[in-house]
Ligand binder design. Structure first.
Ligand code: KG4
Ligand code: ZN
Length: 370
């Protein structure tokens, strides 16, 4: 018998203000009772990226009301939740302070335990809520702030197998879009243009392809795009489409190589999890905003099919930043019997999920996300 648990989650680490209530019953059935997200996209788009100060103020203005809404939609009172889970890192420090302080205040006032959750752990565990996945599995997190391949061994047990040594993948999309004159956020705009483009017109570099390590690098690709755009300026719509299609092709090939190696490593390290006797194929989970890209999804799906893996992409609203994943991570921690965090726990702008992983030079340029 597992305990019935119901958790209120709070997320404010970047440009989404979010609150949610999630529960799991004694039979192990989990339910999302509410999921409220307020995107700050409009506030930031004029600046071509997230402005930390604007983000922090927007969280302050929206959070109380959002938490009220999350409880109301879930039809529960604060008395009826077992704990509060708030993101306490990694991310933009102003936003983290807002969310964590609010979480502490509620925990104190309502006499509930507080779990200070690592945002990356939220992404890492989501597939257990959506797909009931069992450990171990591999997770690829590709967003505006992260590009990481993570081995998820268990709750609190993560190994970073690969990370970017420069730009995050979403950042590469955003910067490429900017230099081509496309709107922010760049990913959807680049994907749209790429549909009418020739992916073979430009031979862009595929950094680190062929190397044994499982890291990523995207800044050289962005530089090559800039050079190509300068060489043929002024750009016609067809030129932009061809550059976008060639850029996406280079990324697809890069991911195929890097992730393909990751799947092989998983098979070697966990032969028992990959053998036919388990009756279940091993799994690769994708998360983060870039997971919306249909070409990259198709690449990962094909790669998984080829290697005998299940490809798991939770619904996009749970792949991008949300508070359901934070509530869920708190629930998973509480269910293991882990002690709650003390009320003087501090937010951390840098907080690697795998504390043994070395810091790679140049990674996390935004300064916020590990
Ligand atoms: O996870 P997310 O919503 O926010 C954080 O970064 O935390 O990810 C946003 C990133 C942006 O860089 C955006 O350009 C990228 O995801 N993105 C895409 C697509 N949709 C969003 N990248 C490629 N193709 C897309 N369709
Ligand atoms: Zn995120």
């Amino acid at each position: 018998m597992i305990p019935f648990l119901r958790i209120l989650g709070i997320e404010t680490s970047c440009d989404e203000t979010a609150a949610a209530v999630v529960e799991r019953d004694a039979e192990g059935h989990s339910r999302i009772l509410s999921d409220v997200v307020l995107s700050q996209l409009d506030e930031h788009s004029a600046y071509g990226g997230v402005v930390p100060e604007i983000a922090a103020r927007a969280h302050v203005e929206a959070l109380d009301e959002l938490i009220e809404q999350a409880l109301k939609r879930a039809n529960v009172s604060l008395d009826e939740v077992d704990a509060i889970a708030a993101t306490s890192g990694p991310g933009l420090i102003g936003g983290l302070i807002v969310g964590l302080m609010t979480g502490k205040a509620i925990a104190k006032a309502a006499g509930k335990p507080l779990y200070a959750v690592n945002h990356l752990e939220g992404h890492a565990l989501t597939a257990r809520l959506t797909d009931g996945l069992s450990f171990p599995y591999l997770m690829l997190l590709v967003s505006g702030g992260h590009t990481q391949l993570i081995l998820v061994r268990g709750v609190g047990e993560y190994e970073r197998w690969g990370t970017t040594i420069d730009d995050a993948l979403g950042e590469a999309f955003d910067k490429t879009a900017k230099l081509l004159g496309l709107p922010y956020p760049g990913g959807p705009a680049v994907e749209r243009m790429a549909r009418d483009g020739n992916p073979n017109r430009f031979a862009f570099p595929r950094p680190l392809v062929g190397e044994a390590r499982l890291d990523f690098s995207f800044s050289g690709l962005k530089t090559a795009v800039r050079q190509a755009a300068q060489d043929i300026a002024p750009l016609s719509d067809q030129d932009v489409a061809d550059i976008c299609a060639s850029f996406q092709k280079a990324i697809s090939r890069t991911l195929k190589d890097r992730i393909g190696r990751g799947l092989q490593r998983f098979k070697t390290e966990f032969p028992e999890a990959t053998g036919p006797s388990t009756g279940e194929k091993p799994a690769l989970v994708v998360a983060g905003g870039v997971a919306a890209n249909l070409e990259l999804r198709a690449t990962l799906q094909a790669l998984c099919d080829k290697n005998g893996f299940r490809f798991i992409a939770p619904p996009l609203s749970l792949c991008t930043d949300n508070a359901v994943m934070i509530a869920w991570a708190g629930l998973e921690r509480m269910a293991t019997g882990a002690a709650p965090d003390p009320l003087d726990v501090q937010p951390r702008s840098r907080w690697p999920l795998d504390s043994n992983a070395e810091t790679l030079i140049g990674f996390g340029k935004r300064g916020a996300k590990a």
